[in-house]
Design a binder for this molecule. Structure first.
Ligand code: NOJ
Length: 556
């Protein structure tokens, strides 16, 4: 059911992105959320043409690769994470020719492109699911999903007690009386990965995009593909608490790893060091490490890091545990502070600790921004690969007061789920001080942008010393050119006052003050960068609260 007929010639190689071996081990990867990055056709919704026009901005920012959230044909029940055709671009985002042009342009600029792959579930409008529904109980097509009879006298109860991540039962009953499983929205039926056709289809989809020239895949719900045999009840636990904190019959089952070992062999047939990154919410970094064993995936998001509060002790623990967990499998650590599913870190850190990742209050904005900037410099000084979510380089906060009628997050409407307030981090990017939607496009924006965003725009911050955008640019330049910060896996902790993290990496030193008062630390060398105002004198540096400082002992 491809919505697009033009078939661009496949790229034979990723010819124009040359570069270092193992580029991904210390890469900075920028997440573009296509709906909200840039709108090329003025319909108020971001698109591939818009992204393409802004690639030079990303090159100048200094990132290595761009990960695009889904832009495939989709009814948009979950903002594109409900895919109706894995080999087509949704008309609202453009065409396959636009995707081809985007990949080529990115490569010419030295940027790699990672696309999202959604293998846990399809859209309920995916051809297989529609046919499975139409054919009725007993149809072999139903075996590609999890269809079951219900429990209770007349099958009126769901087949087991699993709940959807978005709230409510994980099962929906169809007209003929059977139920189907959906760990997310009802419009996202889960595939049955025990069925061979599912694996065949996804191996073919991988090849389709590899032939298009993409440099890798971010795997959505990588921990969810395999369900425990017999789909056993979970019991009377609070399921939301278990998510990400425990192995469940539907998440982090050991069976998923066989799938990734197969996928790895496919990827390795292609030239150009293409990579996989797992979105795997696991209970521990040690379990995350299973996904990045040498014959599986390359990277996995470090959600333990993302969910750590701005606290020196907790941060040091998670950094050490991460590096220790990754060492035996030889995979790089990854670091991430924000993405399209969580409250932006500028707003998380503006609020008291312990509120989780779906926050509805603005908190102390100034404090949040100071901490966000300090947290970024800390993250970018750690060995491994780092992820930057669009707009964090502008210091954008979450928009916490969106009117209900503009919200689109399906979890918001299902109520008691894990997510629900994700629209707040998905508001389109302000590019200019003036104009419709601050330069996002010429036709408004699908979520309203606050008036205060004119001063947060790219235009307002460009060339302004100390702006958050210039801080990111400088940090990425230092990371890349001077100090090789992402390399290796060694962090040498230095003695530091309470509330302060200090570590050395060769001649480079990073000091982060997470405490509430200023601290003075001995400093030998030259300041490279600081997230706030620091004072330097006689071999000492004074850091205010919530400030990170980088210096080098190298001369010259
Ligand atoms: C994780 C994605 O990041 C999120 O946006 C989506 O809702 C779920 N997976 C379901 O696909």
């Amino acid at each position: 059911m491809s919505q697009h007929s033009a078939d661009p010639a496949p790229h034979s190689t990723v010819a124009t992105v040359t570069g270092r071996r193992d580029w991904w081990r210390d890469a900075v990867i920028y997440q573009v959320y296509p709906r909200s990055f840039a709108d090329g056709d003025g319909d108020g919704m971001g698109d591939l043409a818009g992204i393409r026009s802004r690639l030079p901005y990303l090159r100048d920012l200094g990132v290595d690769a761009v990960w695009l959230s889904p832009f495939y044909a989709s009814p948009q029940a979950d903002a594109g994470y409900d895919v109706a055709d894995y080999r087509a671009v949704d008309p609202m985002f453009g065409t396959l020719l636009d995707a081809d042009a985007l990949i080529r342009d990115a490569h010419t600029l030295g940027l790699r492109i990672i696309v999202d792959l959604v293998p846990n579930h399809s859209s309920d409008q995916y051809d297989w699911f529609r046919r499975a529904l139409a054919e009725g109980p007993g149809s072999p097509l139903r075996e590609r999903y999890h269809f079951r009879a219900g429990r209770g006298e007349n099958g009126e109860l769901p087949p087991n007690d699993w709940e959807s991540v978005f709230g409510g039962p994980a099962w929906t009953r169809v007209e003929d009386g059977e139920w189907y499983l959906h760990l997310f929205a009802p419009e996202q039926p889960d595939f049955n990965w025990e069925h061979p056709a599912v694996g065949d289809e996804f191996r073919s989809i991988l090849r389709f995009w590899l032939d298009m020239g993409v440099d890798g895949f971010r795997i959505d719900v990588a921990h969810g593909l395999v369900k425990a045999a017999g789909l056993p009840d979970l019991g009377s636990h609070d399921q939301l608490k278990l998510l990400g904190n425990d192995v469940t019959p539907f998440f982090d089952q050991d069976g998923v790893h066989a799938i990734y070992r197969q996928w790895r062999t496919i990827l390795d047939e292609y030239s150009g060091e293409r990579v996989f990154v797992a979105e795997a919410w696991t209970p521990t970094v040690e379990r995350t490490a299973h996904y990045v064993r040498p014959d599986e995936l390359h990277q996995a998001f470090n959600f333990q890091y993302l969910t750590t509060e701005w606290d020196a002790g907790e941060l040091r623990t998670v950094v050490d545990r991460t590096l220790e967990a990754m060492r035996p499998v030889g995979a790089p650590a990854t670091w991430v502070l924000s993405n399209h599913d969580v409250t932006r870190h500028a707003t998380r850190f503006a609020n008291p600790p312990g509120l989780g990742t779906q926050i509805r209050t603005a908190g102390d904005r100034g404090l949040g921004l100071r901490r966000a900037r300090a947290a970024t410099l800390l993250m970018l000084a750690l060995p491994g690969s780092a992820y930057v979510y669009q707009g964090e380089e502008l210091g954008l906060p979450d928009v916490v007061d969106l009117p209900d009628e503009v919200r689109q997050d399906p979890a918001y409407f299902r109520g008691a789920g894990q997510d629900g307030f994700r629209d707040g981090c998905r508001v389109p990017i302000p590019w200019t001080r003036e104009g419709t939607s601050y330069g996002f496009g010429t036709g408004g924006s699908w979520l309203p942008q606050p008036d205060s965003w004119a001063e947060l725009s790219v235009e307002a911050q460009t060339g302004v010393p100390g702006s958050t955008l210039e801080l990111y640019r400088a940090a990425l330049a230092v990371r890349r050119a001077q100090a090789d910060l992402g390399a290796g896996d060694a962090v040498e902790w230095l003695r530091a006052p309470e509330g302060v993290l200090a570590f050395r990496r060769g001649e480079f030193v990073c000091v982060a003050n997470t405490g509430s008062g200023s601290v003075t630390v001995p400093m030998r060398g030259r300041v490279l960068l600081a997230s706030g105002e620091i004072a330097e004198s006689d071999g000492e540096a004074k850091l205010p609260a919530d400030t990170t400082l980088w210096w080098t002992e190298a001369t010259g």
